[in-house]
Ligand binder design. Structure first.
Ligand SMILES: NC(=O)c1ccc[n+]([C@@H]2O[C@H](COP(=O)([O-])OP(=O)(O)OC[C@H]3O[C@@H](n4cnc5c(N)ncnc54)[C@H](OP(=O)(O)O)[C@@H]3O)[C@@H](O)[C@H]2O)c1
Length: 242
């Protein structure tokens, strides 16, 4: 059966990373399962993809809910074909100083940033092996370093990266290409543009990471031959001070 399906969890507006990934994969001919918590935005995106001639199905699923993640994959598997590509994209930033942080806040950050990645990754492995395919996790600057004011986010993203690396080594030989993408800076999507106009202004032209460039990098990872896999790709703007 053809490897013709992609599943992306952590999808918000069309002009967001999840949205850009879904559009890219659909344009490449995959039936995309667009998963997230908000039916309205998922349906809007799926409709936009179908209008462009692609195939998309919206699925409401909270990635921290085990039953929801299992049900998502059950639904994906029922559709014709095989899963070629799965992306774990959920992970909201959770700023705050450690001393001011209550337990629930820290744990919630970990549930979305890391635990959900475990649930999604585990279910993807069960459905994608022994055939193989690509499983990609979305990271951030915080995946590689802690920063004052971002302890919860750094803890979750760092753990997600280690989980991805362990999975890459555990399942690589069986044909599952597990990769991690470090997004080093703000993305030029609705989230930053609408919520942080001052930051957008301060960064100026070309100061945010291009959505289509990001989607192309994920597709590049998926296209790599089995004897030439990257575990990690990092992306930033030419203006980034790193
Ligand atoms: N935006 C940036 O500047 C930036 C920078 C570096 C890294 N990143 C990483 O990029 C990824 C997101 O990209 P984005 O910011 O452009 O956002 P996006 O892909 O447009 O949207 C991500 C969506 O994930 C959904 N989500 C959150 N928690 C979820 C959960 N528990 N289960 C299912 N879905 C959930 C949210 O939608 P609902 O609330 O509707 O569910 C959210 O809108 C994250 O991993 C983030 O850490 C972002």
């Amino acid at each position: 059966m053809a490897s013709n399906k992609a599943v992306v969890i952590g999808v918000g507006p069309e002009r967001g990373l999840g949205g850009a990934l879904c559009k890219q994969f659909a344009a490449e001919g995959l039936h995309v399962f667009v998963a997230g918590r908000t039916a309205e935005s998922l349906e809007l995106l799926a409709a936009a993809i179908r209008e462009l001639g692609g195939e998309a199905t919206a699925v409401v699923a909270d990635t921290t809910d085990e039953a929801a993640v299992v049900a998502l994959f059950d639904q994906v598997v029922e559709a014709p074909g095989e899963i070629a590509l799965a992306v774990y994209n959920a992970g909201n930033n959770t700023p705050g100083r450690i001393v001011d942080m209550d337990t629930e806040y820290f744990e919630r950050a970990w549930r979305v940033g890391c635990f959900g990645g475990f649930l999604f990754g585990r279910e993807a492995v069960k459905r994608m092996l022994p055939r193989g395919g690509t499983l990609i996790f979305t990271g951030a600057s915080a995946s590689l370093r802690g920063r004052a004011g971002f302890g919860a986010f750094s803890a979750a993203k760092g753990a997600l990266r280690n989980l991805a690396q362990a999975m890459a080594k555990e399942y690589g030989e069986e044909g599952l290409h597990v990769a991690h993408v470090v997004i080093d800076g703000g993305i030029a999507g609705d989230k930053i543009i609408n919520r942080f106009p001052d930051m957008v202004k301060a960064r100026g032209e070309g100061g945010l990471i291009n959505l289509e460039g990001l989607a192309a990098a994920y597709w590049f990872l998926h296209q790599q031959p089995r004897d030439g896999w990257s575990f990690e790709v990092d992306l930033r703007t030419s203006k980034e001070n790193w």
